[in-house]
Design a protein around this ligand. Structure first.
Ligand code: MG
Length: 223
């Protein structure tokens, strides 16, 4: 029996050293009033519609609607660079990922734009550690968590008997994985804003960290 292990990327393996609004301000200094909220709204609509480059859609709307003295391509490039520069992978998470990848087929399954997510893998040397990478807004995947389609794309990418998913967002990661017939671990018990996710009380899938999830997956926790 082979069990494949997939990890969420953002806020599971990857941490941010700045809020998204701060990243936006770095990319668009002196942004007009309302520009950030408008960008977010257009970005998330495009993201949910599985656009390959929701960042471009967001910044095209901004340059159309606001007095911004830059072209959308330059803004997208600056934003992507600022977002990338604000990411870190804790050493403990990397060590745990390497440890499980030595012993199980291992992949990353993430909601995001393919170019930006791949830039994050490359910046943090994650691509060579894992066997498969599945990104929601890649046209070959075209499905986002919690929908089962993205988990099915992962099964195709990495054939195994059973699957485990490790992620930080209960409704997308844990519920989505279970609906697809996967086992799941919920890391951290906090939402992206640091608010406790009170929708996951006493779930046996709750773990403190990626390292704890890996210890349980590899049967090293004494259980
Ligand atoms: Mg996440």
């Amino acid at each position: 029996m082979t069990t494949a292990v997939f990890f969420d990327l953002d806020l599971t393996l990857l941490r941010y050293t700045a809020e998204f609004e701060t990243i936006f301000d770095r990319a668009v200094p002196d942004a007009p009033e309302g520009a950030y909220d408008r960008y977010l709204s257009v970005f998330f609509d495009a993201f949910e519609d599985l656009a390959v480059d929701p960042y471009a859609v967001g910044f095209e709307a901004l340059t159309d609607e606001f007095d911004i003295d830059d072209d959308p391509e330059a803004l997208v490039a600056r934003y992507a660079a600022a977002e990338l520069a604000a990411t870190t992978v804790p050493a403990s998470a990397r060590e745990a990922l390497v440890r499980v990848a030595d012993r199980r087929p291992t992949g990353i399954l993430t909601n995001g734009a393919p170019a930006v997510q791949r830039a994050k893998f490359e910046r943090h040397d994650l691509t060579d550690v894992v066997d498969a990478v599945v990104v929601s807004n890649d046209p070959a995947v075209a499905s986002r968590k919690p929908d089962s389609g993205i988990f099915e794309a992962a099964e195709t990418a990495l054939p195994a008997d059973d699957y485990v998913y490790v992620g930080d967002t209960y409704d997308e990661d844990v519920v989505g994985a279970r609906n697809a017939g996967w086992e799941a671990y919920h890391v951290g018990g906090e939402g992206p804003d640091g608010d406790p996710t009170d929708d996951a009380p006493d779930d046996p899938a709750s773990v403190e960290s990626v390292a704890d999830a890996v210890a349980r997956i590899l049967g090293e926790d004494g259980a």
